[in-house]
Ligand binder design. Structure first.
Ligand SMILES: [Mn+2]
Length: 467
C-alpha cells in the first residue's frame, strides 16, 4: 500500500521535474524555520546546478496573502498547502507547492497544467512524522540525481521534530536517511537522547535533562557526582568530554542509571515510556568537523533556528549551501547572542516566581520576550516548574500587531501517553477568536489581547481528566 502510494507520488514528482526543467526564472518562497530554510537550501542548490536563475525569500505564514506573482515559476516550500493562493491563479505564472502540512485543496487541483501541489497527505502519507518540507524538496532534487543533498533532508526532519515521538526517522524520512548513509554523508547512531552531543561538556549536557525533574536536572554538581559514580571521566586530558567521545559501554552505564532514576520518579503509567525518553537515534554529518555544532543534526538545527529567530535566515542559507567562512562566523555570533538572550530572559522568568500554577497547567506572562523565542523559553523553563503539567508562555506579537502569541511545551512523557497539545490548543484558541496548532509537545496560538484569562480557563478545563 505505502509503496503504491509512493509510486503515485513519484509520478507527481516527475511532472514537477519537467516544470522545473522548462523554467527560466524562478522565485522560491520558503518558510522561515529550520525545515523551511533547509528546504530552501536544497531547492536553491539544485537550481544552481541546473543553471536556472532564481531568487529565494523566507517568510512567515501571515505574509503569503500580500505576495504577488512576478516570476515565470513560483515555488512555495514548507508552506502553501494551508493557504489561499488565489492571487497566483489569475496570473501567467506557474505555481508549485512542496509542502507537508495538511492541505486545504484536494488533489484534483494539482492536475491543472500551471499548478502542481506536492503534499504527502494527498497520498495518505503522514506529514508530521514521515516527511518534512525539506524532505519534499529533496525528493524533487533527487529526480535530478542530486543524492548528495540528502543530508539536508535529514536535517529538515530533525529540525521539524519529526523524530520526537519514536526517537528515530520513519517512512520517507528513513528513505532519505538511507540516501545520506549510502553516500557517506550521514551516520545514524543509536544514542542517548541528550542534547549537545558535539559541543557540550557531559555534565552540562546531562544537567539539561528536563522531561522529568531528576536530582541532576539543572544541577551540574549532581551530574559530576553521577559520572564519578559511574566511573566515567569528564575530561580527556585538559579537554572536557562531550557525549560524542563516550564509548558504547559508557553510554550504556548512563542509560541504565537514568532509567533507574526515572523509574523512581514517574507515576506507574509512564514507566513503559522511560526507555524512549532516554535513548533515540542521533544523526551525524560526516563532512562536518568533529566538535562542530554542524556535525550533529540537532545542534545544527538549533544554529539555524538562532538565525531565523533573529531574522537572518540568509546566513543559515549560505552555511547550508557550503559557506564555511564568513557566513559560519556570523552564524556562530548569532548563536552566541541567541544563547545570551535566552539566559537573560530565563533568569527573569525564574527570578520572581513568574510561573503561575493552575490545576492542570502552568503559565508565565513573558511580555517583553521576543515572540520568536517564547516557545524556546517555555521549553527551558519547564524543568523549573512541574513537569507533569504543560507550560504556557504569553507575549506580544510585536510588528505593530496587537494579538498575543501563546506557546506551549510539555514533557515528552505526556505526548507518549497520546496527548496531542497541538490539537487541543487549536480548539481552545478558536473558542476565544484566535488560531493555533502544532506538534504534540510543542505548539502555539495567536489570540486576541484581552482573551488570555478566558483562554487559560478554557484550557485548564479542557485538560481535566486528560493529564
Ligand atoms: Mn515543516
Amino acid at each position: 500500500m505505502a509503496k503504491a502510494q509512493n509510486g503515485i507520488m513519484n509520478k507527481a514528482f516527475s511532472k514537477a521535474h519537467h516544470m522545473v526543467n522548462e523554467a527560466e526564472d524562478v522565485k522560491i518562497y520558503s518558510h522561515i524555520d529550520c525545515d523551511g530554510i533547509s528546504a530552501g537550501a536544497i531547492l536553491s542548490s539544485a537550481l544552481d546546478r541546473l543553471e536556472i536563475d532564481h531568487e529565494i525569500e523566507f517568510i512567515s505564514l501571515d505574509k503569503i496573502e500580500d505576495l504577488k506573482a512576478e516570476n515565470e515559476l513560483t515555488i512555495f516550500s514548507d508552506l502553501g498547502s494551508g493557504q489561499n493562493l488565489d492571487n497566483f491563479y489569475s496570473s501567467l505564472s506557474k505555481v508549485m507547492i512542496l509542502d507537508h502540512h495538511p492541505p486545504l485543496r484536494d488533489i484534483s487541483h494539482s492536475s491543472n497544467g500551471g499548478f502542481i501541489e506536492l503534499n504527502p497527505h494527498h497520498y495518505n502519507i503522514d506529514g508530521s512524522y514521515q516527511i518534512s518540507g525539506g524532505g519534499m524538496a529533496y525528493l524533487l532534487a533527487r529526480t535530478f540525481g542530486f543524492y548528495d543533498l540528502s543530508w539536508m533532508g535529514v536535517l529538515s526532519a530533525v529540525g521539524d521534530m519529526q523524530n520526537s515521538l519514536s526517537g528515530k526517522l520513519l517512512g520517507l524520512n528513513q528513505e532519505i536517511l538511507k540516501d545520506g548513509v549510502n553516500n557517506n554523508l550521514v551516520k545514524s547512531i543509536n544514542d542517548l537522547s541528550i542534547y549537545g552531543r558535539q559541543t557540550r561538556s557531559l555534565s552540562v549536557a546531562l544537567s539539561y535533562f528536563g522531561d522529568v525533574k531528576l536530582p541532576i536536572t539543572n544541577n551540574q554538581n549532581e551530574c559530576i557526582l553521577l559520572l564519578k559514580k559511574l566511573d566515567i571521566p569528564t575530561k580527556n586530558g585538559r579537554k572536557n568530554r562531550p557525549l560524542c567521545d563516550l564509548s558504547i559501554d559508557e553510554k550504556r552505564r548512563i542509560f541504565s542509571e537514568l532509567v533507574r532514576m526515572l523509574s523512581r520518579e514517574v507515576p506507574t503509567k509512564y514507566v513503559k515510556h522511560i526507555p524512549k525518553l532516554v535513548s533515540g537515534d542521533s544523526y551525524e554529518f560526516l563532512e562536518e568537523k568533529k566538535y562542530s555544532p554542524l556535525r550533529d543534526a540537532s545542534e545544527f538545527s538549533t544554529a539555524i533556528n538562532a538565525c531565523s529567530r533573529h531574522k537572518s535566515p540568509k546566513i543559515a542559507l549560505k552555511v547550508l549551501k557550503g559557506d564555511r567562512g564568513l557566513a559560519l562566523d556570523d552564524m556562530e555570533d548569532l548563536t552566541l547572542g541567541h544563547r545570551r538572550y535566552l539566559a537573560q530572559k530565563m533568569d527573569w522568568v525564574r527570578g520572581d516566581d513568574h510561573i503561575v500554577h493552575l490545576k492542570n497547567l502552568q503559565y508565565f506572562e513573558g511580555y517583553g520576550i521576543k515572540s520568536e523565542v517564547i516557545g524556546t523559553i517555555a521549553g527551558m523553563i519547564l524543568s523549573y516548574g512541574d513537569w507533569r503539567k504543560p507550560i504556557i508562555g504569553f507575549t506580544e506579537i510585536g510588528d505593530g500587531k496587537s494579538d498575543i502569541k501563546v506557546s506551549l511545551r510539555c514533557s515528552r512523557l505526556l505526548a507518549f501517553e497520546g496527548i496531542h497539545f497541538g490539537r487541543i490548543i487549536r480548539k481552545v484558541a478558536e473558542k476565544v477568536g484566535g488560531s493555533g496548532g502544532g506538534h504534540s509537545v510543542a505548539c502555539g496560538a495567536y489570540i486576541p489581547t484581552s482573551s488570555t484569562d478566558k483562554f487559560l480557563k478554557i484550557f485548564d478545563a479542557a485538560l481535566e481528566g486528560v493529564i
